[in-house]
Design a protein around this ligand. Structure first.
Ligand SMILES: [Zn+2]
Length: 60
């Protein structure tokens, strides 16, 4: 995946990188289903730090 800002490499954001800042994106999948929400995965650019969110569609 390429950064749309600088063309750098995008990496999957983890708790180690984001801390609690995007904690809302790491909800328990079962809980999300219960709330009828889609899971969102943050990615960040390793070059400029740009962050993008990608929605992961639930099954069905
Ligand atoms: Zn970038």
């Amino acid at each position: 995946m390429e950064c749309t800002k600088c063309g750098g490499k995008m990496a999957e954001g983890t708790k180690a990188i984001f801390g609690e800042v995007f904690g809302c994106t790491r909800r328990d999948p079962e809980k999300l289903e219960e709330l009828n929400l889609d899971r969102v995965q943050p990615y960040y650019c390793t070059e400029c730090g740009y962050v993008e969110f990608f929605m992961e569609k639930r099954k069905g």
